[in-house]
Design a binder for this molecule. Structure first.
Ligand code: AKG
Ligand code: FE2
Length: 214
């Protein structure tokens, strides 16, 4: 008898815009990111309990990095992005920070949703900055396809996964739904200089939290 087992693969939609802010504004933002990274930044945390987990994630983060020009540019493309991704972000508030990946840094596969405030996230954005020529290798954003078994019991196995890699190109931005599984591939940065890092302003448009009626 022939096998009816099949896998249904759904590529995850990613909206990517290159040359997003233009040369001047992206250059100025890169200078601010470099200034931030030359200070003592704390290690990035993972969602659950906001803990540092070096087996899961290795990078540094600045949660107080202001990016008014980026937020207003995101507002300009928001409607088009919402239509492409099938989400409505009306009335949402941005939440974001600067993430700095240097030599050996990575972030293993994860979703951006979760319990607590992460449950309010409706849309993920990641805006990339780096010096030219790109002073690091690797560091791709890997976005996994959805894999569902058809005609079989149980779940598809992790080995069946497929993906698409996105280059963290200077002055480009990607948007995707926070439920998408994604990772940051390991970065190799031979100089190990903070200024040569892979910089990303990573954030979410979040539904306002409904106060607990009590
Ligand atoms: O830097 C990236 O490409 C993605 C970072 C990320 O997934 C996160 O901070 O949740
Ligand atoms: Fe993420």
């Amino acid at each position: 008898m022939v096998s009816m087992d099949a896998l249904w693969r759904l590529p995850v939609t990613v909206c990517r815009i290159s040359n997003f802010l233009g040369e001047r504004a992206s250059g100025a933002l890169l200078e601010r990111a470099i200034a931030s990274a030359s200070g003592a930044l704390p290690p990035s945390t993972v969602r659950v309990n906001r803990e540092v987990d070096p087996a899961m994630r290795r990078s540094r983060s600045d949660g107080d990095f202001a990016v008014p020009e980026l937020l207003s540019a995101i507002e300009d493309v928001r409607e088009a992005v919402e239509q492409t991704l099938g989400v409505s972000c009306e009335g949402t508030e941005p939440s974001y920070g600067l993430n700095v990946h240097n030599d050996g840094d990575f972030y293993l596969p994860h979703q951006d949703t979760g319990p607590g405030p992460a449950a309010q996230r409706l849309l993920t954005f990641v805006y990339y900055l780096h010096r030219t020529p790109r002073p690091f290798q690797g560091g791709h954003l890997r976005v996994f396809d959805v894999v569902l078994p058809v005609h079989t019991e149980g779940a598809a196995s992790w080995e069946d996964r497929t993906w698409r890699d996105w280059e963290p190109e200077h002055d480009s931005i990607v948007f995707f739904r926070p439920t998408a599984w994604h990772e940051v591939r390991k970065v190799s940065c031979p100089t190990k200089e903070p200024a040569d890092s892979r910089f990303a302003v990573n954030g979410w448009l979040c539904r306002p939290e409904i106060p607990n009626p009590r």
